[in-house]
Write a protein that binds this ligand. Structure first.
Ligand SMILES: *Cc1c(COP(=O)(O)O)cnc(C)c1O
Length: 395
């Protein structure tokens, strides 16, 4: 590690490896070199005419939005995707000039005013919403037209106008004042599945919608359809922009896509040993005594818990890395602390670093491992780390 800088969070710190151990009980480490390489890998996978939108919603999947956005833009991305207006404003306040698409729905005059003021680009999902935009922009006498992105529902059954009404909808928006159609897009429901049947059907519907629009003599704007999984699956889904989240953060949307491009996890979760002690055989550990020591053992208390985002459901099921060794977590995970059986490291010292997610030596624990154990997806794991944990960027 060459240098580090805190990119969000409340605690202060100096150099990551040298600051006093008590100043940082737990933190999220963000490897900007890995992030940059992931973005380059994805960008290199696209044809030169396809642009890369780095999806940085939810504080860049928990990685720290502004720093991630800056690094992604320096590494080959040219668009950013967020979910909400405040997420877009945060990027603008952070000095980011790139085009920002708001993937979520926006309706209120306050949101529309903020979109115009901060030069954000909204998603339009329905004729009603398009009319609200045009009326609001008329009322606030906003002069330059706002680029809008038309969302079609081709089978996700989330935001968007049904693909069969695409041509009518585009025609309506084109007739409204104060709006220009910057893109038409849709979102895939099953792109991470090895069974591509539903994805092919959605692709077909998207193509039909485009054909309808073209048949009306309307010149096509940008088109986009692919998330990470679709981007890695088939270049026919790339169109003009791909919207990539998960892959930028170094995880594969599905194991069957692991042989496509080389990705490295960007995020590591670390904490420190706060106390080491020996407990006698038969001693219960933590709330509910869900773990009883089967022998005398050496126990380490680690300064991280479920209030930091370590899922309590991993109690007695997860492992951690200390000095390159994989060690079992024992007893119920508590709000701020958890315990580890460190019998194999008798001289372990308080203050030593524990890796909960990430790599030490030959050993590695990934968000996919947690997701599997918890019957969820890596996306949810990454988004689950609370803001009590400072994000520390390493380069
Ligand atoms: C979140 C999101 C993405 C990114 O999805 P990944 O699977 O993380 O690549 C793309 N498009 C839309 C509309 C999204 O909401």
């Amino acid at each position: 590690m060459l240098s580090s800088k805190q990119i969000s969070g409340v605690a202060s710190h100096q150099e990551c490896d040298t600051y006093a151990w008590f100043s940082q009980r737990a933190w999220v480490e963000i490897d900007l070199a890995a992030l940059s390489q992931n973005v380059q890998q994805v960008a290199g996978f696209l044809s030169p005419s396809t642009k890369l939108m780095a999806v940085v919603k939810a504080d860049a999947y928990g990685h720290g939005a502004v720093t991630v956005a800056q690094t992604a833009l320096e590494s080959g991305a040219s668009w950013l995707g967020v979910a909400t207006v405040p997420e877009g404003i945060q990027l603008r306040e952070g000095g980011i000039k790139a085009p920002i698409l708001i993937l979520g729905a926006t309706h209120t005059p306050e949101q529309i005013q903020a979109i115009a003021h901060w030069k954000l680009q909204p998603t339009l999902c329905s004729p009603k919403q398009a009319l609200i935009f045009a009326n609001t922009l008329e009322t606030i006498k906003f002069n330059s037209p706002i680029p809008v992105h038309i969302k079609l529902d081709t089978g996700m059954s989330r935001l968007g106008t049904n693909w069969e009404q695409a041509a009518e909808f585009v025609q309506l928006v084109k007739r409204l004042p104060h709006l220009t159609v910057a893109s038409i897009y849709s979102h895939l429901a099953t792109a991470d599945s090895p069974d591509t049947t539903v994805m092919r059907e959605q692709h077909q519907r998207f193509e039909e919608a485009i054909a309808q629009i073209t048949a009306l003599g309307i010149e096509l704007p940008c088109l986009h359809l692919a998330n990470s999984a679709a981007t890695l699956t088939d270049s026919a889904l790339h169109y003009d922009i791909v919207r990539v989240g998960l892959a930028v953060y170094g995880l594969y949307p599905s194991t069957h896509l692991q042989n496509t491009i080389r990705l490295q996890p960007v995020l590591q979760l670390k904490a420190r040993v706060t106390q080491v002690k020996t407990i006698a055989s038969g001693t219960g550990v933590s709330y509910g005594h869900q773990f009883i020591a089967p022998r005398e053992l050496r126990l380490a208390v680690v300064g991280i818990g479920y209030a930091d985002g370590v899922p309590r459901n991993l109690s007695n099921k997860m492992q951690v890395l200390i000095r390159g060794q994989r060690l079992p977590q024992i007893g119920t995970i508590t709000m701020d602390q958890l315990m580890v059986d460190v019998s194999s490291i008798p001289d372990l010292q308080e203050g030593e670093v524990v890796t909960l997610l990430g790599a030490q030596g030959q050993e590695q624990i990934s968000a996919d491992d947690w997701a599997k154990e918890l019957n969820t997806i890596s996306w949810e794991i990454l988004c689950g780390f609370k803001h009590r944990l400072p994000r520390v960027a390493v380069m």
